[in-house]
Design a protein around this ligand. Structure first.
Ligand SMILES: Nc1ncnc2c1ncn2[C@@H]1O[C@H](COP(=O)(O)OP(=O)(O)O)[C@@H](O)[C@H]1O
Ligand SMILES: [Mg+2]
Length: 375
């Protein structure tokens, strides 16, 4: 049993309204500031509801989906609205997307940029699709980095936005056979900052995820290694030396220039970075089992949650999608035990939720796009 002092009620979502969001026509919800359990059969919309909360917090989906996929079939737009509380303030948020238009974010009725959401709020999502971080393509791992490092530093968010803008300009130049050296210079400059941020983040994550993982897996070992495509090998003494990284990146860009002209695409840089996960000293992608991927994925997300909480000074909203369905009883217990100073939690389950959580939760039943509180 948790004592109620166990929870710190800082930032939390106090109301939520969805319009034409995936399978929801309209949906209104008044969540608890503590634990919310969403219970419903497969296909009822539990994952979609968590996605909507993520979209409201940061203006984008954690699943890497296009906004046009999120709009309810045969509708022209979606809208997520809600009220967020931080300490004693309440902030009204809305994210709206038209099928053929731009995304519009408003904070207290004022049109705002996504970066303002990152500055104010924080959210961590874990779910079945996270095995892809271990086993899927590199783009999934880069999305993971970008989503969570951006919540530590809006400077990082700015840099990846800038980097991808320069990258598309360079790619356009490559397609038209025009000179692109000036873009290489800019890519190296911004890219060096991104590489350093990723390196530092993964170093910290390596330590904490490793210790979570050993708890979840009877002393199994998880190691994370950053493999920046712009550098041959990260030597420990240059990892924060921005000018040296920039030099190396520029040299590498010179080396691949001809190849890029032939392929008409940009072959090195943070957009091609890889992260290698090792489980018990073997590459997780090729040697891991599904159970190991799931445990490792949850270890990663809970570490990110702890890191963000320390960095931001408040608990992010935590979205846990079906995580207990994937873990045996011992691992589930280890996860529940690791919930320290929890903030607001949304947890979905198709099965009965763990009693230790359900007895202190707002229990919500979700069925074909409708939701109601249950005893
Ligand atoms: N854009 C969309 N418009 C309408 N329905 C959608 C859309 N995207 C997904 N769905 C539907 O949402 C349902 C799945 O919801 P999901 O949240 O994954 O369920 P659960 O997590 O409870 O199993 C599916 O029936 C799927 O077809
Ligand atoms: Mg689901």
């Amino acid at each position: 049993m948790f004592a109620s002092a166990f929870f710190i009620y800082t930032m939390h979502l106090s109301s939520l309204k969805l319009t034409s969001f995936r399978n929801f026509e309209t949906l209104k919800l008044t969540p608890s500031a503590g634990i919310n359990v969403l219970h419903g059969k497969n296909g009822s919309g539990k994952s979609n509801l968590l996605e909507a909360i993520f979209v409201l917090c940061l203006g984008r989906s954690q699943r890497g989906n296009k906004d046009s996929d999120i709009i309810k079939h045969e509708q022209e737009s979606y809208r997520v609205e809600g009220t967020m509380h931080d300490d004693d303030r309440s902030i009204d948020l809305a994210v709206a997307v038209m099928r053929r238009g731009r995304k519009q974010i408003t904070i207290n009725g004022v049109k705002s940029k996504a970066s303002e959401l990152y500055e104010k709020f924080s959210v961590v999502a874990a779910g079945p699709e996270d095995s892809e971080i271990l086993a899927g393509p590199p783009s999934v791992r880069r999305l993971f980095l970008d989503l969570y490092i951006s919540q530590q530093s809006t400077k990082y968010l700015e840099n990846i936005t800038k980097y991808s803008r320069i990258l598309s300009q360079k790619n356009a130049a490559l397609k038209e056979n025009i000179e692109f050296d000036s873009f290489n210079f800019l890519l190296a400059e911004t890219g060096a900052k991104i590489i350093i941020a990723r390196q530092l983040f993964l170093e910290t994550l390596n330590k904490s995820a490793g210790s979570f993982y050993s708890k979840f897996s009877k002393n199994g070992q998880l190691d994370i290694k950053y493999k920046p495509s712009a550098l041959e090998e990260i030597e420990s003494e240059i990892k924060v030396d921005e000018s040296r990284i920039k030099e190396q990146f520029e040299a590498k860009l010179k080396q691949v220039k001809e190849r890029e002209m032939i392929l008409k695409s940009s072959v090195v840089g943070p957009h091609r970075d890889e992260i290698e996960f090792m489980i018990n000293s073997f590459p997780a992608r090729t040697h891991g089992s599904q159970g190991e991927w799931r445990s490792a994925a949850i270890a990663l997300k809970l570490s990110v949650y702890q890191l963000l909480k320390e960095k931001r000074g408040f608990a992010p909203i935590l979205l846990l999608d079906e995580i207990f369905a994937e873990l045996d009883e011992n691992r589930s217990a280890a996860v529940i035990d690791s919930f320290n100073d929890l903030g607001q939690l949304f947890l979905t389950t198709a099965l009965e939720p763990p009693v230790r959580l359900a007895e202190q939760a707002l229990n919500l039943k979700i069925d074909s796009g409708q939701i109601e509180a249950v005893k």
